[in-house]
Ligand binder design. Structure first.
Ligand code: LMR
Length: 394
């Protein structure tokens, strides 16, 4: 049966993760996969998570099934964190999923079930797994202009021109904050312009939110998507708790679907539960319960917010240090654009060959499109990384 079996091409990001792990050099530098690291190079369990887990260990009386769509307490906690206090809960269907990727997958499954001919418009560039999942599901996708490599910012005119041409019922996929892979974010006037455009065309927004809290602050990072939710009759939101709660391997994600009326929401909620049933029946619960515990307890929530702030500050400090070191190394302001970008990622203007050369000759690992993860830097590696980048890219 499997004699002629061919595996699909490995994911671009996970391939770099493996190459890095296999490299025996002690001074290698990992700017690849998007995980947070401390100055010691660790991805630790957050203190608030440990505390919530201790409580669960003491107090949890059953491991019995919850519900196909997950725990309503978890839905409410993440709905509040993302959409805010004023969210119309009876217009939002929710589905707990294994990680943010699970939420993205189930969102696309829902779109396909609703309209097999839907086109999803993705930012150019976007997280490569968006495109891979769409391809796997046979959903048509079309890039819209987004990143301007000349400025390191947004190609606003190009984006708005492309979005003006989308069709009613098509879906426009946006990054909530900390755009992956470029770090080039939308400001509130961009979000407003997108809302106006979508209202004119009748297209539906889908927002992927994997880095809330890593840009400016927990609230500022969702101000744009809240603006959109207030303006649009329908919207999809996919949330990951991997990064901001550090719960990577526990797989905590949520899909939220805003619809026009409570009755429609009920119907969509039924389909969402069915999608989980077809895929894995019940979603994982442990990590979701940890998130709920933290968000529902004032003291744990304050501890978590403080820890997340520390993480964000470290990423910003590394971003600033790298930009400064590149200024010195290149004697130019060529890389100053890094300072205007948000979150863990930025994109270097490197060809695939240059990325391979950086890896081979300098042990500096990044994704093939030049994406770097600032959280992979520590004070001691900023200078060697900058010097390698300057040498290979100039
Ligand atoms: C990334 O973009 O590096 C992360 O979201 C990890 C992943 O699953 O791709």
């Amino acid at each position: 049966m499997f004699e002629n079996h061919k595996a699909p091409e490995a994911d671009k990001i996970l391939r770099v993760m493996k190459l890095f792990a296999d490299d025996p050099r002690a001074d290698k530098i990992d700017l690849g996969v998007g995980v947070y690291r401390t100055p010691e190079g660790l991805t630790p369990v957050m203190g608030a998570v440990k505390a919530a887990e201790r409580r669960l260990l003491e107090e949890q009386a059953t491991k019995g099934y919850v519900a196909l769509a997950g725990d309503p307490g978890f839905h409410a906690a993440l709905r509040q964190l993302t959409f805010g206090d004023s969210a119309a809960a009876d217009r939002i269907a929710c589905l707990a999923t294994p990680g943010g990727t699970g939420a993205v997958r189930q969102a696309f499954e829902l779109l396909k079930a609703q309209n097999p001919h839907v086109t999803v418009h993705t930012s150019a560039p976007t997280w490569p797994n968006h495109e891979a999942i769409l391809d796997t599901l046979g959903i048509r996708w079309q890039p819209y202009r987004y990143y301007d490599a000349a400025t390191g910012g947004l190609d606003r005119d190009g984006m708005l021109a492309d979005l003006a041409a989308v069709k009613r019922g098509d879906v426009v996929l946006l990054h909530g904050c900390c755009h992956n892979p470029t770090g080039a974010d939308l400001d509130l006037s961009d979000w407003q312009a997108i809302a106006d455009s979508l209202s004119r065309t009748g297209a539906v927004p889908m927002v992927d939110l994997a880095y809330q809290g890593f840009g400016n602050s927990l609230d500022e990072d969702v101000a744009g998507l809240r603006l959109l939710a207030a303006a649009m009759p329908e919207m999809l939101l996919t949330v990951s708790s991997s990064k901001n709660f550090g719960l990577y391997r526990d797989r905590v994600g949520l899909l939220l679907v805003l619809t026009e009326t409570p009755a429609i929401t009920q119907a969509v909620q039924g389909t969402l539960a069915w999608l989980n049933r077809q895929s894995y029946a019940f979603p994982p619960d442990h990590g979701a319960r940890v998130v709920t515990e933290i968000l529902s307890d004032a003291s744990l929530r304050a501890d978590w917010t403080a820890e997340l702030t520390e993480m964000r500050d470290r990423v910003i400090a590394m971003r600033e240090a790298l930009a400064k070191a590149l200024r010195l190394e290149t004697q130019s302001d060529r890389f100053d654009y890094l300072l205007s970008q948000k979150g863990m990622f930025s994109r270097l203007p490197a060809s695939e060959d240059q990325v391979a050369q950086l890896r081979r000759e300098h042990g500096v690992y990044m994704i093939g499109d030049g994406r770097i993860n600032m959280a992979g830097l520590i004070e001691e590696t900023v200078r060697p990384a900058a010097s390698a980048i300057a040498r290979v890219l100039t």
